[in-house]
Design a protein around this ligand. Structure first.
Ligand SMILES: O=c1nc[nH]c2c1ncn2[C@H]1C[C@H](O)[C@@H](COP(=O)(O)OP(=O)(O)OP(=O)(O)O)O1
Ligand SMILES: [Mg+2]
Length: 207
């Protein structure tokens, strides 16, 4: 293990969120509360949105984190995430954002999932989040989280973002979009990956 593998952020540090997704920014702001780290988003810094050319969540998270850390000369955290549907052989997966198109038309993307499942009784689905922390010197740390559930239809709820209205976690009667932000943030794929990142890379929280 090299020294950089165990490097942590310190209280007072600025962390760039290498994302242009407002829903993720809201979730990370809540998750980071109390840790003494200032979060600034790639959008706020005017950083470009890199093209996601990798073939895996981890590859795309690394590419986004590296681009932001290099451009800002600050540590940067990226999230690459997506919804995987069993009946669709794991699609949309890494293409989850692209299924919604440049207009971010998630109602259309959810309808495409519903149509694709058709009469298949297997409604299993899962969300994956891979977080990548990049330091300006190019060093990377990667953390993954997953939550299992099923595809609900029709979409329900007005909270959250993206595919939340059709995702019902295992053991839950509500969709993510019907849950208060804090409840989703306690169990989500992103929250699970964040806990791993927090334990390894953040200073202790002070409530
Ligand atoms: O908790 C979630 N609740 C609902 N939908 C979600 C969630 N997590 C990921 N998703 C879906 C929508 C998102 O658009 C796509 C991720 O694609 P992904 O490339 O990682 O994010 P993005 O393009 O929206 O923003 P950015 O790359 O700037 O971080 O998967
Ligand atoms: Mg993206």
């Amino acid at each position: 293990m090299t020294i950089s593998d165990t490097r942590r952020l310190a209280a007072g540090d600025t962390l760039v969120l290498a994302s242009h997704n407002a829903g993720k920014l809201a979730e990370f702001s809540a998750l980071l509360a109390g840790h003494g780290v200032t979060l600034v988003s790639a959008g706020q810094l005017g950083l470009p949105e890199p093209e996601e050319t990798a073939d895996s969540f981890a590859g795309n998270a690394a590419l986004k984190a590296r681009a932001a850390a290099t451009a800002s000369n600050l540590p940067a955290l990226a999230d690459d995430s997506g919804l995987c549907v069993a009946a669709l052989d794991g699609a949309p997966g890494i293409y989850s954002a692209r299924w919604a198109g440049p207009a971010k038309d998630f109602p259309a993307a959810m309808a495409r999932i519903h149509a694709g499942i058709g009469g298949n009784p297997d409604r299993a689905a899962w969300f994956i989040s891979v977080l990548c922390l990049a330091w300006p010197d190019g060093t990377l740390r990667t953390f993954e989280g997953r939550i299992d559930g099923r595809i609900a239809w029709p979409p329900r709820g007005g909270n959250g973002h993206g595919y939340d209205p059709v995702f019902q976690p295992v053991g839950e009667a509500r969709t993510f979009a019907e849950m208060p932000e804090a409840e989703k943030n306690a169990i989500s794929h992103r929250a699970l990956a964040f806990v791993r990142f927090r334990d390894d890379c953040l200073p202790p929280a002070h409530p």
